[in-house]
Design a protein around this ligand. Structure first.
Ligand code: SAH
Length: 475
């Protein structure tokens, strides 16, 4: 992974003073995910090139703070060692920090002097291709030359990869060009490598303060750099001279950006966690109790381990809405056979709820009056008694993090109660004691260190009855 910076303004070797790196020496530092080296492949009065070369250690990367955590081989086999990504930006920040901040004690007069500079990036991942390259660098006054890199030279029919070989040329102060690269390399790459926190806003503002505000793509740059909407918005409001004119953004691109970068909502995380729990207990025939408009049903019916789904709710209106978007006329017969809806109340014994492998009860229990909770438990765990029950409910302790929980201190006007983590665990223990289900509780959503996660989930599994006939011994 490398980037070369060339000055062609005589005496070009002044670049060594500006970068604080002597042209005759190689300078190497440890950057956490590998080692970075600066050296000069050429240093004459006409042309002087400083190359920053980063050797990425994929093992260190996969273990360290900088790596995305994922399973399988991906942490070890990826493009990070070769492509100029946000890791290169981190290395730039480390090796050229003094140069970027505009300090040059030996030759202070050089700092503000624009030089004819060329930047060579042999391999850069570019999300958005040629238009994105131009939109980011041309407004800053660079001439942009580039060549797409084929996916595999031996198979031209496969077409181009998302990587480009890029050369930028323009007359700039060295510190500005370093800042442009520092901010825009992660923007081109557009992959998250490290946890973004409040410090990233300060970093962006420190490195982009002079030029980002007047860049026509300042919004896109901030959004991509910071990844998360709320940080990008805060950064934009702090960039003093950002104009009102954000309409100039290509609207379609804007939408794509937003969709890609919107943080996953709590509801999405909840659905994903419940779905994973259903999968973990083996799927099969699943009943969603209090299915509402059927968001979970929609996912369940596409889940390979689930053979059949039934949605139950007390509200006719919710069921009608579920029917409209789950069972449109054009839906295939096969899918139709696997999904059904039923009106019913979870506080009345109902034989139609029997015979399921798993039940899901997502954000429903808190809508049931406390004095009816015993009846609910009898209906679900006593009578319907599926092999597993996946149940979620808010964690009331987390409400301290919400500004607008209302006068009741609860999240929703129809909630009859919300449990703390201890209260939920005590209720689950009661279910174990009365109905013989073992349980495990976990949190859903980003946890607060003191108050826990916003949502709590219990996965109950029915214990084998001690005196039930053993099917094996019967054979
Ligand atoms: N599980 C859905 C809906 C949650 S809202 C989701 O996660 O999106 C709570 C739902 O529970 C509502 O649709 C409400 O009609 C239903 N509900 C509340 N009390 C119920 C009861 N006693 N019996 C059946 N459904 C009930």
């Amino acid at each position: 992974m490398l980037v070369s910076l060339t000055s062609t303004t005589p005496d070009a070797t002044d670049l060594g003073f500006l970068l604080h790196k002597h042209p005759d020496r190689v300078r190497s530092v440890d950057v956490g995910f590998g080692r970075a080296h600066v050296f000069y492949p050429q240093a004459s009065p006409q042309r002087c090139t400083a190359t920053l070369f980063v050797e990425v250690d994929p093992i260190a990367l996969s273990r360290g703070q900088h790596g995305r955590r994922s399973s399988g081989l991906e942490p070890y086999v990826n493009d990070r060692p070769y492509a100029a990504s946000s890791l290169l930006s981190v290395a730039l920040g480390r090796l050229y920090r003094t140069a970027m901040s505009g300090t040059c004690e030996a030759r202070p007069e050089l700092v503000e002097q624009p030089l004819d500079l060329e930047v060579d990036l042999p391999v850069v991942p570019v999300r958005g291709g040629e238009p994105m390259l131009r939109r980011l660098f041309e407004p800053l006054g660079y001439e942009v030359e580039f060549a797409p890199i084929a996916l595999d030279e031996r198979f031209p029919a496969w077409g181009d990869s998302r990587y480009f070989s890029v050369r930028l040329s323009g007359r700039h102060r060295v510190r500005h060009t370093l800042e442009h690269l520092f901010v825009l390399l992660p923007v081109l790459d557009d992959r998250k490598h490290y946890w973004i926190d409040q410090n990233e806003i300060d970093k962006l503002l420190r490195r982009g303060g002079d030029w980002l505000g007047s860049h026509p793509e300042s919004e896109l740059i901030s959004r991509r750099y910071l990844r998360f909407g709320q940080f990008a918005r805060e950064a934009l409001s702090r960039l003093a001279d950002v104009g009102e004119d954000t309409d100039s953004l290509d609207e379609q691109q804007d939408e794509i950006e937003q969709a890609a970068e919107r943080p996953i909502s709590l509801r999405e995380q909840r659905l994903a966690s419940v779905l994973a729990a259903v999968r973990a207990v083996g799927g099969g025939r699943v009943v969603d109790l209090g299915c509402g408009e059927g968001r979970l049903l929609q996912r369940l019916v596409s889940e390979p381990s689930v053979t059949e789904v039934l949605g139950v709710d007390v509200s006719v209106g919710a069921l009608e809405r579920a029917e409209r978007h789950l069972l449109p006329d054009e839906m295939s017969e096969r899918r139709r056979e696997r999904i059904s809806l039923l009106q019913g109340a979870l506080t009345y014994t109902d034989d139609r709820l029997c015979g399921f492998d798993a039940a899901t009860v997502v954000e429903v229990i808190e809508h049931i009056d406390s004095e009816r909770l015993g009846a609910f438990a009898d209906v679900v765990f006593g009578h319907a008694s599926p092999a597993s029950v996946v149940l979620t409910t808010p964690n009331r302790e987390y409400n301290a993090n919400f500004a607008n929980v209302g006068p009741t201190g609860l999240r929703h006007g129809d909630h009859r109660f919300e449990w703390t983590r201890d209260e939920f665990a005590a209720w689950a223990q009661g279910i174990e004691d009365r109905f013989g289900y073992g349980f495990e509780i976990s949190g859903i959503g980003h946890p607060d260190p003191v108050c826990g996660s916003p949502t709590q989930m219990a996965v109950f599994r029915r214990r084998a009855e001690p005196d039930a006939p053993n099917p094996v011994s019967q054979i």
